[in-house]
Design a binder for this molecule. Sequence first.
Ligand SMILES: CSC[C@H]1O[C@H](OP(=O)(O)O)[C@H](O)[C@@H]1O
Length: 348
Amino acid sequence: MSEQVVPVIWRGDCLEVLDQRRLPGEEVWHSYRDSVGVFEAIASMQVRGAPAIGISAAYGVVLAAFAARDEVDWRIAIERAIDELAESRPTAVNLFWALRRMQGCLEGIGSGSEACAVLEREAIRIHEEDAAANRRMGELGADVIQEGSDGPVEVLTHCNTGALATGGHGTALGVVRTLHERGALSMVHMDETRPWLQGSRLTAWECMREGIRCSLNVDSAAATLLASGRVRWVIVGADRIVANGDVANKIGTLNLAILARHFGAGVMVVAPASTLDRETPDGSGIVIEQRDGNELRRVGERDIAPAGVAAFNPVFDVTPAALIDVIVTEQGVVRNPARHTNPLASLV
Ligand SMILES: CSC[C@H]1O[C@H](OP(=O)(O)O)[C@H](O)[C@@H]1O
């Protein structure tokens, strides 16, 4: 069994981050001893994936507390770091969920030293809880898929939602892992997921390391795969699930949901409760991150488009609840979310 993949390692005085921009060719680790370094690691996508972003930001708050331990205004310093980390990426609600949870720990704290101990415990708890949640979601999601199948299934996934994006096991890819562990997976088809190639560079790397039967396809081949009738489920993660069940996820998810509905495949969204945003009524309220156009014009150091050509690079899209068949969280499963007045109400 290959060593378990982790995106970050807390060392007690620093956060080590596996630079996912360098995978699959190189495993390069960076060590950060302050919250500014963690901000950069998130903003530059050295570490990415909604839950992993929240976990990393939580450790960034701990590092800020360590730096301010003996300062008179230690509380102001920590709260400043929280505000700065909140600016690292705008769409994954897990970031703000984790930061709010860390901020809540400061109530009643009387010293910088006490803050360090309490915040470190909380960050580790957030990390461990996410790994446990993913295992639970793997079981729940695999159960749903096996309900309607008479043997091993072919599924299609998008982006990377594996151990690299979480505290371990993965969300959508965690369901795939659990199906594989049960001998119930015939094939996982992986969209390469332009422009950042999380599918070809990260999901394929995770699956190949573990002997999970996988096949890489260009994003635009998804329609042909779904038209073949072999793929029964599209399984994706989420960066934010809002009150009416609309889902923000990697750009291209909306395409897949429309295709799946047209060709009769199911759409399963797998995300921990830290991805739920009950304060935002529907998908129109979600801020979609726009990233630099050079992510489209270049691959690595190579130009694949004329320098300066205009580019449209939203890195997420919003899939309406009406196109989603199942939402899986560790708190439970919501079937046909659009048919519920308050689809997240049962998740507690
Ligand atoms: C379990 S990861 C959730 C989510 O995050 C990814 O985005 P990014 O790679 O830009 O951080 C992708 O949307 C995944 O579905």
